[in-house]
Write a protein that binds this ligand. Structure first.
Ligand code: ADP
Length: 375
């Protein structure tokens, strides 16, 4: 037995076709092929249970399996064995679907020669190995991400406890001993209170970030018009005081998402549009920019201070801010939350902005229905 040989399991009921394949493989010396043939799917599955071949050549018209049935059964039994489908000309469509469903390649009977067959087998094996390596890397990456997420979650959670104590005791000091402190002492305490308030907000935002980054359990229709209506109601007083407004161009669509993530996305973008704004009348406008096949892109435009293009990536980082806190309040987690939430919904977020030219954020999400694009 040649240990370098590529072990091929041929599942083919037609003795004529089987013989042809056998002859083609025999013609190729490098690499040598060791062929084993069975004439039905169940015998093929039995063979695989005893010893996995390097590759399976599968006929789609077997006595006990028609079309793609056989492929599914083989894939379940031998996850890491590449499968090359053999087919007659008239089921080329089925063969193409077989590739979508996991077969490495398909060969049209009557159109292959020895070189073609040998190459197809070698490539199928290489492709399968690459696929498997990629799959393993993705799994590792996913596991690392989950670890990191639960680490962020538990650290943030555990930090809340001592912080509550610091907050409570500095408040007790202020309430019960204020009379014994001079102005500077009170000022120190007030600063401590503010700093712990900020720390608390950052911890809350880290928790939100780790929660929203996970895939939502269920995707449901979410009406963005309603979400924006609720946000407008929540900003009502602030808008009246500032003389600003939240406007909608055209109709906002329904998307396939989960409501809390959509609220975070548009809540943060609208709040930023109103906050980073020195105009006499801050305006944030929302609408649909484009609708593609299965997706819709919304825009959130403001007439605010704008953002230099060199910072367009940076601002999506956690706790990244471009301004001093005295000028604009905030921790710098809002856009990181937006990005995580959009990506968890299989969407994308980006922006168009320049200093003093306002900012437009674009949010692409899976859409639920036909939508009209704002003029
Ligand atoms: P925060 O609002 O807490 O500062 P964000 O993560 O929401 O944090 O935003 C990060 C930074 O990006 C902000 O500090 C600000 O400098 C800039 N930024 C975000 N949105 C806008 C906007 N609409 N216009 C101008 N600058 C913005």
């Amino acid at each position: 037995m040649d240990t370098n040989a590529i072990n091929v399991l041929l599942i083919e009921d037609s003795p004529g076709d089987a013989r042809l394949i056998q002859e083609m493989l025999a013609e190729t010396r490098l690499p040598p092929f060791a062929l084993d043939r069975v004439d039905c799917l169940s015998s093929g599955l039995d063979r695989i249970a005893v010893r996995e071949p390097d590759v399976v050549l599968l006929d789609l018209g077997l006595p006990d399996a028609q079309g793609l049935e056989g492929l599914g059964a083989l894939e379940r039994k031998a996850v890491s064995v590449p499968i090359v489908v053999l087919t007659g000309l008239d089921d080329e469509n089925v063969a193409a679907r077989a590739v979508q469903e996991g077969a490495q390649d398909y060969l049209l009977k009557g159109q292959i020669d020895s070189n073609h067959l040998s190459r197809a087998i070698r490539y199928a094996i290489e492709r399968k190995q690459t696929d498997e390596a990629l799959h393993r890397t993705l799994e590792q990456l996913e596991a690392r991400n989950q670890e990191l997420e639960s680490f962020t979650y538990s650290v943030s959670h555990d930090l809340k406890e001592p912080l509550r104590t610091v907050e409570a005791f500095s408040q007790f000091l202020l309430d019960d001993y204020a009379g014994q402190l001079d102005a500077q002492g009170k000022d120190y305490l007030v600063r401590m209170g503010k700093a712990s308030g900020r720390l608390k907000q950052m911890i809350e935002e880290l928790l939100t970030l780790s929660r929203l980054g996970r895939q939502p359990d269920e995707l449901l229709p979410v009406d963005i018009g309603q979400v924006v209506g609720d946000i407008r109601a929540a900003f009502h007083t602030a808008l009246e005081q500032k003389g600003g407004s939240i406007e909608v161009e055209g109709e906002l669509p329904c998307v396939l998402a989960d409501r809390s993530r959509v609220e975070q996305v548009f809540g943060n973008l609208i709040a930023n549009g109103l906050k980073f704004n020195r105009s006499e009348r801050p305006v944030v406008t929302l609408g649909v920019r484009a609708a593609g096949s299965g997706t819709v892109t919304l825009f959130v435009r403001d007439n605010g201070i704008g953002i230099d293009p060199q910072y367009h990536d940076k601002i999506f980082g956690v706790f990244q801010r471009l301004h001093r806190r005295e000028e604009f309040e905030g921790t710098g987690a809002g856009l990181a939350i937006v990005k995580r939430a959009v990506e968890a919904l299989a969407g994308r977020v980006w922006l168009d902005s320049a200093p003093d030219a306002g900012t437009t954020f674009f949010v692409m999400l899976p859409r639920l229905q036909e939508v009209a694009v704002a003029a």
